[in-house]
Design a protein around this ligand. Structure first.
Ligand SMILES: NC(=O)c1ccc[n+]([C@@H]2O[C@H](COP(=O)([O-])OP(=O)(O)OC[C@H]3O[C@@H](n4cnc5c(N)ncnc54)[C@H](OP(=O)(O)O)[C@@H]3O)[C@@H](O)[C@H]2O)c1
Length: 321
């Protein structure tokens, strides 16, 4: 598995990062531990989580994914083998400081994440999404303290617009504050506009590490969502999560992935991840898996190398969003 330095950090991360949003949502503890074992055994040294995972699942108050990662790190004695990225911003407790990027929220949130993860330092601490009600200076003074106290090594962000990212980087430079070193955008073959128009250029100019989430569009790019049938038990079953992609543009992309994949003996999922990794601005793709068998398929994406013509063919397809 190829590794690459994340932006201006010294974190040498695998080109696949294990996402953990499914833990406690669509994946139980036993499967989650097996997935982490398999990931590490197959060269994935980078795990992404968030304090809120997966609060939206019934009976889950958040913190479950971090807790399971912490238990796994401790049980397997693997802390020194894995680079841990987590996020803060979402609501974790009641009251005015229960969410956001204020100093009051962040200082408590980082302690809670450290405790659940059972680590002394978080390698990459990310703003899950912006907080317009808190000044950037307040947020970054809190981040600066965390870095100085050794609770956090590097900072990153997710779900920022180009304007928000630019403003943040400018404020950090002007006040000599530690800045975001990575960006976690929503980016895949059926959701390109958000990253490719604006964020990608900033990431390149500022040498930010880029770790896109949902490289399979939550499962759509596996090709298992048919026009007239959604597989039961999948994330998109019984809801409208996949409706933005279930159209001619989305299915043309699946057909092309299938056709391009055939020449490599690769599945649409593997080909979709290979396409993402062929973008030189991308450091690592954050993949999700409910089971070892899903991960065993997607991890093989690293063996698929697209020719310039195949990349061009996929690049030229119009994206639904
Ligand atoms: N920053 C953010 O706001 C944000 C948002 C979303 C995600 N993330 C991060 O990114 C990670 C990955 O996101 P994601 O889960 O949406 O990624 P994804 O890789 O696009 O989708 C993963 C889902 O696709 C399906 N799948 C995966 N491999 C498969 C296979 N071989 N065969 C059939 N189905 C397969 C599974 O869902 P089913 O089995 O249910 O179909 C799996 O849970 C998250 O865990 C999280 O760490 C961050």
């Amino acid at each position: 598995m190829n590794k690459q330095i994340l932006g201006n950090t010294d974190l040498n991360v695998s080109c696949l990062c294990l996402g953990t949003m499914t833990m406690g949502w669509t994946s139980g503890k036993e499967d989650s531990f097996a997935v982490m074992d398999y990931a590490l055994e197959h060269g994935i040294n980078f795990f992404d989580t968030a304090d809120i995972y997966s609060m939206w699942a019934e009976g889950n108050d958040g913190g479950v994914a971090e807790t399971w990662i912490g238990e796994w790190l401790n049980l397997r004695q693997t802390r020194d083998k894995v680079i841990i990225a987590t996020k803060a911003r979402g609501r974790m407790w009641d009251g005015p400081d229960g969410e956001g990027l204020s100093r009051a929220h962040l200082m408590q949130a980082v302690e809670d994440s450290l405790r659940r993860l059972q680590v002394e330092t978080i390698d990459l601490y990310q703003s899950h999404w912006p907080d317009e009600s808190t000044s950037l200076e307040e947020t970054f003074r809190a981040f600066e303290d965390m870095v100085q106290q050794g609770k956090v090594r590097y900072l990153g962000c997710s779900n920022h617009t180009p304007a928000q990212l630019k403003e943040t980087l400018n404020i950090c430079a002007a006040h000599n504050l530690p800045r975001y070193q990575s960006l976690q955008p929503h980016y895949n073959l059926v959701h390109r506009h958000e990253y490719e128009t604006g964020l990608m250029g900033i990431a390149q100019r500022q040498n930010l590490g880029v770790i896109p989430y949902s490289p399979l569009a939550g499962g759509f790019l596996t090709g298992k969502y048919r026009r007239d049938n959604t597989p039961s038990g999948s994330r998109g079953y019984g809801n409208d999560r996949m409706s933005p992609y279930k159209n001619n543009k989305g299915y043309t992309i699946i057909e092309t992935l299938t056709q391009v994949g055939q020449t490599h003996n690769a599945t649409p999922a593997q080909t979709a991840i290979a396409w993402l990794l062929s973008n030189p601005t991308v450091t690592a793709a954050i993949i999700g898996a409910n089971s070892v068998s899903q991960l065993a398929e997607t991890v093989k994406a690293i063996d698929v190398v697209l020719s310039p013509e195949e990349k061009q063919q996929l690049d030229s397809l119009p994206s639904p969003s």
